[in-house]
Design a protein around this ligand. Structure first.
Ligand code: BG6
Length: 504
């Protein structure tokens, strides 16, 4: 038996219960929480969808998803039977007002069964355009005014632009109060991302040098080898800038850029993060070409396999101008970061799957060493590998053994795989547990979402107004378009990728 406090009784309604997100991410996460004894003593999971399922069929479908996608896959620990008894399926047409009474009835029945009023959690695992209507209909149920127990979880994309995000915030806040709304950015649930707070604020070592006096620039890469994976319909309304930069990458910028919080209170952390977003220098439309680069992948070869170009993907227009790659240079205008560039890039069909943050320090002010000693000299840098490698490497100079004084860069490495048992929870496990516990620290507040949209709006608008002339402009298995190299090379730097620590 684990020695930790479980969350209070909870009842989860998953809209989009028969969909992919639930199948691949939510159910495996909930089952892992159950195996690790983090689920409440009393809980119920109700999948909601239009497709007809009996409870039995539905459970079998979820188990299939777990077997394919859970970090534990086939390792069922003999607990599935016990867990799955708490799962039911509710077939309903979410467009019909009268159907919502079924939800109220389930809550009443479960309350009697549990002997306490449970947390009631509505998870919107549906297409973004359906969220406003479902939220409005839920809003007419009495339970939604219960700010203590009732919560709504909204997936990204949160809005399509600043205006639509603002409208969605307004609509949700008409039905729920801010503390009831959990806007998910799954990057924030990743172990390695949470560890940035520990690295920065649980060590006295880094904070004194974490500023413009010592740091030359920061880089963030979130690269994927996959294409749009059958999500062409969604991606056509999105693109890399909206899909990754507006949310995940700007959140990483916040984690690196924020001031030290005075407590771990959800609002304190979120205040410190929104300060970073508000300090990001506004890029004017005339400057967009200097600060941002877009790309789209062509057809080609990926690790020996022929792959289609973006325009040939399913549900994608053959004339699409959507970006599958984006690189941007940001500045944070405050005392800590003035004039330190933050280069970020993300894309599909790139050479490697890797998310990595590099803190590049300035060179030492003076070298007393003879010139030949410093031929391979490199400035210090700290790299934080988010995934799939999970490690932190600090590069410094050392003397190469031997009779002459030759300096060599070497890495001091902390690797999760070597230090722990490699059984880190997945982001959705952490985030679902937080929702049940009522801890919003890792979720986006309305002002954060809007501040992030404000930052990218000039780029989006400029790109939309000026269609690209060179798409597709990068081949699969590359690192994106040439201009992405130029954006960083102009300042005398280059993108950093790391060799893996563990060869599979
Ligand atoms: C999602 C994007 O938010 O993040 C996807 O919509 C992307 O396009 C995914 O593939 C990447 O997440 P992860 O956890 O695999 O890095």
């Amino acid at each position: 038996m684990q020695n930790h406090k479980r969350p209070p009784a909870s009842l989860l309604f998953i809209f989009g219960g028969s969909g992919d997100l639930n199948f691949r991410k939510l159910s495996p996460a909930l089952y892992n929480l159950f195996i690790d004894e983090w689920m409440p003593e009393k809980f119920g999971i109700v999948g909601i969808g239009r497709t007809p399922f009996t409870d039995e069929n539905y459970r079998a479908k979820l188990l299939d998803g777990i077997k394919q996608f859970s970090r534990r896959k086939d390792e069922q620990n003999g607990k599935w039977q016990q867990f799955s008894q708490q799962i039911t399926y509710l077939q309903m047409d979410a467009e019909k007002d009268e159907e919502y009474q079924k939800i109220a009835e389930i809550v009443k029945t479960k309350e009697q069964e549990f002997g306490v009023h449970p947390n009631v959690i509505f998870y919107m695992a549906v297409a973004p355009q359906l969220v406003p209507d479902i939220a409005k209909k839920l809003g007419s149920l009495n339970i939604c005014t219960d700010t203590k127990y009732t919560r709504i979880v909204v997936e990204k994309p949160f809005g399509h632009d600043l205006q639509s995000a603002h409208d969605l915030n307004k609509l949700l806040m008409g039905m729920f109060s801010e503390e009831q709304i959990y806007r998910i950015d799954h990057y924030l649930g990743k172990e390695t991302v949470q560890n940035i707070l520990a690295l920065r604020f649980a060590n006295a070592l880094f904070e004194p040098i974490w500023n413009k006096n010592y740091i030359e620039h920061v880089q963030i890469t979130a690269a994927e080898t996959v294409g749009v994976e059958g999500r062409g319909g969604y991606y056509e309304t999105s693109g890399a800038l909206r899909d990754m930069v507006q949310n995940h990458i700007l959140q990483l910028v916040c984690m690196i850029g924020m001031e030290a919080p005075v407590s771990f209170d959800a609002d304190e952390i979120r205040n410190k993060k929104v300060d970073v977003l508000n300090a990001i220098r506004k890029i004017s439309k005339d400057e967009v070409h200097e600060y941002a680069v877009r790309g789209q992948y062509s057809e080609g070869w990926m690790k020996g396999e022929k792959v289609p170009g973006y325009k040939q993907e399913k549900s994608v227009s053959p004339n699409s101008n959507i970006d599958t790659f984006a690189a941007v240079k940001f500045y944070i205008d405050n005392w800590r970061w003035q004039d330190v560039p933050f280069y970020v890039r993300t894309g599909k069909r790139l050479h490697d799957k890797t998310s990595i943050i590099t803190i590049q320090f300035k060179p030492a002010p003076q070298y007393a060493f003879p010139e030949e000693a410093t031929e391979t000299w490199r400035a210090n840098r700290l790299t934080i590998s988010i995934q799939p490698e999970m490690d932190i490497r600090l590069r410094f100079q050392s003397k190469r053994p031997g009779q002459s004084m030759i300096l060599n860069p070497v890495d001091m490495i902390f690797s999760y795989k070597d230090a722990y048992d490699g059984n880190e929870p997945e982001a959705y496990e952490t985030l679902l547990l937080d929702v049940m516990e009522g801890n919003a620290t890792l979720f986006m507040r309305s002002d954060q979402v809007e501040a992030a949209w404000k930052i990218i709006m000039p780029i989006l608008e400029t790109w939309e107004a000026r269609p690209p002339v060179d798409f597709p402009n990068y081949s699969p298995d590359s690192w994106g378009p040439e201009d992405a190299e130029a954006i960083i090379a102009r300042d005398g730097h280059n993108w950093i990728t790391l060799p893996p620590l563990h060869q599979e």
